[in-house]
Ligand binder design. Sequence first.
Ligand code: ADP
Length: 358
Amino acid sequence: MNQIDKDKVYEVLGQINDPELRKPLTELDMIKYVEIEGGTVKVGVSLTIAGCPLKKKITEDITSKVSELDGVEKVEVDLGVMSDEQRKNLTKKLYGDRKDQPKGGTPEAVAGDFAKRVIAVSSGKGGVGKSTVTANLAAALSSLDYKVGVLDADVYGFSIPRILGVSGNPTTIDNHIVPLRRENIQVISMGFFLDESQPVIWRGPMLHKAINQFINDTLWDKLDFLLIDLPPGTGDISITISQALPKAEILVVTTPQPVASHTAGRVAKMAEKTKLSVLGVIENMSYYESNGKRDYIFGKNGGKELAKNLKVPFIGEIPIKTEIREAADNGTPIALSDNTELADYYLNIARSIANVKK
Ligand code: ADP
């Protein structure tokens, strides 16, 4: 019988991704050794953390892939855990050169080094559909093949996990958080770390620290877009964001009520205070259409007026649709569904945002 080729085993292992980090096990230095004895292949694996919830999947993937090689009769997977040193090296590798940038020094040094563009989605008040727009915009940008991350900074009313249908406790490696994923979208939310039934009382410095950790200590991929779901209003969080990510652009979501000038004043003040630019305005819940007739339930043209007052582009409007609400409640935003007619509203908005030259 031919001796099994060790290089071939490594080649196969190089095709298996860590389910969380989505990179080959070999690249992550997770393969400790490969031993071959007759028809038995023994693979030593160093997991990132003890009790890794995905060890079953890793074992299964290795067993089934390596078994396909000629001459393999049995595969044994020996699971161990990385040393602190190995974990440090791994985070360094995943982090790229970002970690070497001065932290807390000049803000420009850290800004946007992992995300080409940062868009902070904001609204004058709650309930206008800001989170629904954020989640659908993330889905639309992702389906246009952009790498997207969503940071849910709406710490008082986090709804991103529900709308994107992601839940669980993120793994931390060497004090770095591995974001959860929906399709290819990386997601981080306070909701992953808190018990939903517990009321949250945040003091300013704690909030500042938490948001900074989400920005700096999360293992984000190299992103094309980081979308941030801000809390309604113009509070402290936008200041924290602007300090950590001074290149962030503010995207304003509004309903069409003609209160534009009031909101415009507040947004303009926030932009001035934070020195962030305003990307544009999206009008949500613009009208309800039934039998070809449009009913402007919440008024008309508020979004366009707001854009005019702020002297920024009006990016698009989205009608009121039961399907949009239902999809969000069911954890699959409409832009990820096969309802192409409704997904198109978000795709068009995503295209115009992506086309803004930065
Ligand atoms: P916010 O983040 O501004 O507080 P949400 O995104 O949570 O608002 O939306 C508030 C409610 O309105 C949710 O129930 C959501 O499903 C619904 N909603 C948002 N946009 C639309 C829309 N275009 N059509 C129908 N319902 C919508």
